[in-house]
Design a protein around this ligand. Structure first.
Ligand SMILES: [Zn+2]
Length: 267
């Protein structure tokens, strides 16, 4: 009798797990091998609260300052003013690979905790992360590139500077090969202490740039971001671009009005 009760309980639980009610519940992604936070949407589950499509979660309905701010990004870069700007000095160093397949932000993100930085004038910004968009978000004279790498930096006073490296099809990029070979499933992150990456390989040799004041390009689109869009492109192979597109594509926010902002261009 006792055995039969246990058997009935097992059958009941198994039946519930296989029922449509159970399958309709949110299913968390399998845990990765590193800690995950569910609070900041940093890879705990794939449940994005915005998207790039027409509809209630599309760009026209993004929250924060996305649809009220007057200094939003991306923009179409044209009629830039040549200016005597200080150089953008890069001090990037190799660091261990820490990669997140960030389905909540439709991108592959590489977190950076090393001492890599950029200096512009008397302000130094530390590299925090870099990620990708397909196609590029920013346009030059109306033309978008195949992809863009956004290298996101933060100064001690929390001001943010993003360097954008536009990507065109061409030679294979070895760093991208490493990233694609170690890409976790969507929603998961991985740390590889013995795999060193150097973000310098995401920069063109010529570091001349366009500069303007803008915002983050995903909700909540916070303003006060200094943008440096490198004039010279970098190259990924078409196969690498295609491999990335299998993960995420169409992840460029619509171009935003300039609203009287000046775009400066290094000489
Ligand atoms: Zn971005």
């Amino acid at each position: 009798m006792c055995h039969k009760r246990i058997l009935c309980l097992i059958i009941l639980v198994a039946g519930l797990c296989l029922s449509p009610i159970a399958s309709a519940l949110p299913i968390p992604c399998p845990a990765g091998n590193t800690s995950q936070s569910g609070q900041d949407h940093d890879g705990a589950t794939c449940s994005p609260d915005f998207n790039y499509a027409l509809g209630p979660h599309g760009p026209a309905h993004w929250g924060g300052t996305c649809n009220t701010g007057k200094m939003q990004a991306p923009i179409d870069i044209r009629n830039a003013k040549k200016a005597s700007l200080p150089p953008l000095a890069f001090a990037y160093e190799p660091a261990s690979l820490n990669i997140l397949n960030d389905c909540n932000h439709y991108t592959v993100k590489i977190n950076y905790s090393g001492s890599s930085s950029i200096t512009f004038g008397n302000r130094t910004y530390k590299l925090k992360q870099f990620h990708f968009h397909e196609p590029s978000e920013e346009a030059i004279d109306g033309n978008r590139a195949s992809m863009v790498v956004h290298l996101v930096h933060e100064a001690d006073d929390k001001s943010v500077a993003v360097v954008a490296a536009l990507v065109q099809p061409g030679e294979e990029n070895k760093l991208i090969t490493t990233l694609l070979a170690n890409l976790p499933p969507k929603g998961e992150k991985r740390e590889f202490p013995y795999i060193k990456i150097d973000p310098t390989s995401l920069l063109p040799a010529d570091r001349s740039f366009y500069m303007f004041a803008g915002s983050l390009t995903t909700p909540k689109c916070d303003e006060g971001v200094t943008w440096f869009v490198l004039k010279k492109s970098i190259y990924f192979s078409q196969a690498q671009i295609d491999a990335y597109k299998k993960q995420y594509s169409g992840t460029a926010r619509p171009l935003q009005p300039l609203n009287g902002r000046t775009i400066e261009e290094s000489k």
